[in-house]
Design a protein around this ligand. Structure first.
Ligand code: SAH
Ligand code: MG
Length: 214
């Protein structure tokens, strides 16, 4: 389910141009294997913001199979993308897809838990953009661990902050999901009130927060 009205989202998606053969293959793979890559209108929004921002170095938390990483590399031909993934199968899958891509040289994938790869990532920084798209319960930790490596005027993008619209629901039945919603709402509150950042939440894809360092 998309948080935008389905008809409107469908209309927007219908206008988005087809991707390369490799990227389409990755989209099909993700769909078949249940890999939660970014939704189409969501990634297009992120890419457009990145084209405007023009970061030289991007740090992504949550590579999955490398789809968003490759798309960012394609949208930013001069940028270097460092990305962290803790799931070994997904990490290997990402390497297989990336080696087939013309953007191969722009990507550097770190295998490990982002809660433990801080030093390695720091050695590859500083970064102009940070993209948080990993375990939803730990966004604030990722933000606190990695925002120190953000360059002056840098931007932090957080995906899935509206969690299928459930952050706006009164009662969530499932206990595990209710707990996740609670954590995301607390992240959103914290982020919107962070004294060092201006943040806006864009209701596209699964909800994209854009935070610019003051
Ligand atoms: N950005 C990708 C989708 C990422 S899905 C895209 O749009 O193409 C989220 C990924 O984050 C999953 O593959 C999961 O294994 C990974 N992940 C979750 N918590 C993590 C952590 N603490 N450290 C590293 N990776 C993590
Ligand atoms: Mg996501």
């Amino acid at each position: 389910m998309n948080i935008l009205d389905n008809a409107v989202n469908g209309y927007i998606e219908s206008l988005i141009k087809d991707r390369s053969e490799l990227l389409s293959e990755m989209e099909t793979f993700a769909e078949a294997e249940g890999v939660p890559i970014m939704e189409l209108a969501g990634i297009e929004t992120l890419l457009q913001l990145l084209r405007i921002q023009r970061p030289a170095r991007v740090l992504e938390i949550g590579t999955a199979i490398g789809y968003s990483g490759l798309r960012m590399a394609e949208a930013l031909p001069d940028a270097a993308i460092v990305s962290i993934e803790r799931d070994e199968n997904r990490y290997k899958q990402a390497l297989h897809f990336i080696e087939r891509s013309p953007q191969n040289d722009q990507l550097d994938i770190i295998f490990g838990d982002a809660l433990e790869t801080v030093q390695e990532a720091e050695s590859k920084g500083p970064f102009d953009a940070l993209f948080i798209d990993a375990a939803k319960g730990q966004y604030q930790k990722f933000f606190d661990l990695y925002s120190p490596f953000l360059a002056e005027g840098g931007v932090i993008y957080s995906d899935n902050v509206l969690f299928k619209g459930m952050v706006a629901e009164e009662n969530v039945e499932n206990k595990r999901i209710r707990n996740m919603v609670k954590k995301l709402k607390s992240y959103n509150d914290w982020l919107m009130n962070h004294p060092d950042y201006h943040t806006v939440i864009i209701p596209v894809g699964d909800g994209l927060a854009v935070s610019r360092k003051k």
